[in-house]
Design a protein around this ligand. Structure first.
Ligand code: DQA
Length: 143
């Protein structure tokens, strides 16, 4: 599968951003680890990070022909971006929502996702393994 991996706002600061919550890997390290994981074998990846809602929407649109699946960590946009939700619906690409932390065990505003209803799954709280679980989820949905 061709898999587009999208990381939303503030995830460019992984490594130094609240390491007790998000771990000590930088985003680049995390994405390299993902691409080299056993779960990634046989798949092709494109990685995208933006702090801007419109740019994330553009990446979903721009890769709609290429991507067979999307793994998205929408970060704070998870909780209020109807525009990203609509973009996922518009392109119809199977999408998995992932989070490093367990959003269901944190502040109340994080416990709600406006994105998950249009995704084939949500994986939360498994650290970087949330992303490899995302690959597994997409692979299963194809078979
Ligand atoms: C996050 C959880 C969000 O609530 C938060 O805004 C993030 C990261 C996670 O991966 O745990 O930026 O998506």
């Amino acid at each position: 599968m061709n898999i587009l991996v999208i990381n939303g706002p503030n995830l460019n600061l992984l490594g130094s951003r609240e390491p007790e919550v998000y771990g000590t890997d930088t985003l680049e390290e995390l994405m390299m680890w993902l691409e080299n994981s056993p779960e990634a074998a046989g798949h092709s990846f494109k990685f995208y990070q933006s702090n801007h809602e419109g740019e994330i929407i553009d990446s979903i649109h721009d890769e709609r022909e290429w991507a067979h699946g999307i793994i998205i960590n929408p970060a704070a946009f998870t909780h209020y971006s109807y525009a990203i939700r609509d973009a996922i619906t518009a392109v119809g690409t199977p999408t998995v929502e992932v989070h490093l932390s367990d959003i269901h065990a944190r502040e109340e505003f994080r416990q709600k996702s406006v994105i998950s209803a249009v995704c084939i799954g949500q994986i939360s709280g498994m650290g970087k393994q949330s992303y490899t679980e995302g690959i597994k989820f997409l692979s299963r949905s194809k078979s």
